[in-house]
Design a protein around this ligand. Structure first.
Ligand code: ADP
Ligand code: ASP
Ligand code: MG
Length: 424
């Protein structure tokens, strides 16, 4: 019997009615002759609400307790979905991440799955049950503590289980019809794509397209697993994220540009008046890495001849911004810079497409589109299949729409549908 893994996101499980609707879909899949293993996220914006609650009782809650709190969200969903299935006369068994055998490292809040031992799931499936697993959570191999996988982590749970169970299909159900050429909440004319390569989806996810968590796409690539992203609110065919084509063999049907992603989660620090001597950059970025902060873009200007000094700018997650500024400020005398500037009102736009490798002029069209829209570019970075620019945060939505149009990505078939969710 085919084995289907399905994941339902929070927007598909927002209230009792939604849970009943999802239960009906799951039962239908079972009735169609499949074994079904379902991964669920927390209902609606529960995870955000739990984070706010934690913040209200403590500005810096212990990571262990935060994970204990957040995993409760997915536990609620798994039990409620199981109950709704029972109410439809079918039998379901729910399991926490730990019970499902999702083994992680011990990094609370951003744990990595290192092994999956799904013995209890295989047994429950063999016994004829539908299995419901709480996403986003696991148990640390070393500390035996409960961990969470990072925001959007249920996507990764689904792919990891699909790989471990050798599933025939891995379906990610969400509140839009699939992967679009841009976030349909910002670009209503965005077009749904039928297929996208895993490599392009990785760049989209890394550039802020949260429709799939980056780790989940990486995991699927490692296990050569296709993912079907689709809506739980419609029966339309979604988007297939397919594993790499054979090395050196291009997908001739693929468009040059896969899509435009945006990210509002970063801030920019400029270290002004850094001595332009060997070791200056090393000293700054050693200090930053000691704070466990991940840097994204870096720009260093040519130094002024008169002063022999230069400016170094870099972007980092907003959440780490104040910590990094404080660390630099504390080390000001030793590092020998003049001043610091901090800007958390920036936005990053990324254009992604494997066709960039063989088509020159992509950057020129991008920069011209931004110029025509009167949008200033503050930083630029590129990879083989991506060009990213930092702009003023208030102008980011306009920038995304302008670039989407300039690359001919607008749909001629009417507006994209966003079925639910708050976009949080
Ligand atoms: P879920 O609760 O199902 O996990 P998410 O909110 O995490 O859903 O992800 C779905 C959302 O991702 C969509 O509602 C959409 O706003 C956003 N999104 C961003 N970029 C894209 C894109 N390129 N294609 C589709 N959705 C996107
Ligand atoms: N509930 C978690 C979150 O909101 C995990 C998920 O939805 O995938 O990030
Ligand atoms: Mg998600």
């Amino acid at each position: 019997m085919p084995l289907v893994v399905q994941k339902y996101g929070g927007s598909s499980l927002a209230d009792a009615e939604s849970i009943k609707r999802v239960a009906r879909r799951i039962v239908d899949t079972r009735k169609a002759g499949n074994q079904v293993c379902v991964v669920v996220s927390a209902m609606g914006d529960t995870t955000d609400e739990l984070l706010e609650l934690a913040d209200a009782v403590s500005p810096a809650p212990p990571q262990r307790e935060l994970d204990m709190l957040l995993t409760a969200g997915e536990r609620m969903s798994m039990a409620l979905v199981s109950m709704a299935i029972a109410n439809l006369g079918d039998s379901a068994r729910s399991f926490t991440g730990s019970q499902a055998g999702v083994i992680t490292d011990d990094a609370h809040g951003k744990a990595r799955i290192i092994d999956v031992t799904p013995g209890r799931i295989t047994q429950a499936l063999a016994d004829g049950h539908i299995v419901i697993v709480a996403g986003f959570q696991g148990v640390s191999q070393n500390t035996k503590e409960i961990t969470t996988l990072g925001r959007g982590g249920s996507d990764t749970t689904a792919v990891a289980l699909a790989a471990a169970l050798d599933a025939d299909v891995c379906e990610i159900y969400t509140d839009v019809d699939g992967i679009f050429t841009a976030d349909p909440r910002i670009v209503p004319s965005a077009r749904k794509v039928d297929r996208i390569s895993n490599e392009e989806m990785q760049e989209m996810a890394a550039s802020g397209a949260k429709v799939l968590m980056l780790r989940c796409v990486e995991y699927a690539r490692r296990f050569n697993l296709p993912i079907h992203v689709r809506s739980s609110f419609s029966y339309r065919e979604g988007t297939w994220v397919y594993p790499a084509t054979v090395e050196g063999e291009d997908d001739v049907e693929a468009p040059i540009i896969a899509g435009v992603a945006h990210d509002r989660s970063e801030a920019k620090i400029t270290v002004v008046g850094v001595k332009d001597t060997p070791g200056s950059a090393a000293a700054i970025f050693t200090l930053i890495s000691e704070q466990q902060v991940n840097i994204d873009m870096i720009v260093q200007n040519v130094s002024a001849v008169a002063t022999g000094r230069t400016d170094v700018s870099f972007t980092l997650p907003k959440a780490d911004g104040q910590r990094a500024v404080q660390a630099l400020q504390d080390a000001k005398a030793g590092l020998g810079f003049e001043s610091l500037q901090y800007d958390d009102q920036i936005g990053k736009l990324s254009l992604v497409g494997s066709g960039m490798r063989s088509h020159p002029g992509v950057s020129a069209t991008l920069f011209q589109a931004l110029a025509d829209a009167g949008i200033n570019i503050e930083m630029i970075s590129t990879s083989e299949i991506r060009v990213s620019v930092v702009t003023n945060g208030d102008l980011l939505d306009d920038a995304v729409r302008a670039v989407h149009t300039a690359f001919g990505l607008d749909s001629s078939e009417g507006e994209a549908v966003v079925y639910g969710g708050t976009g949080r």
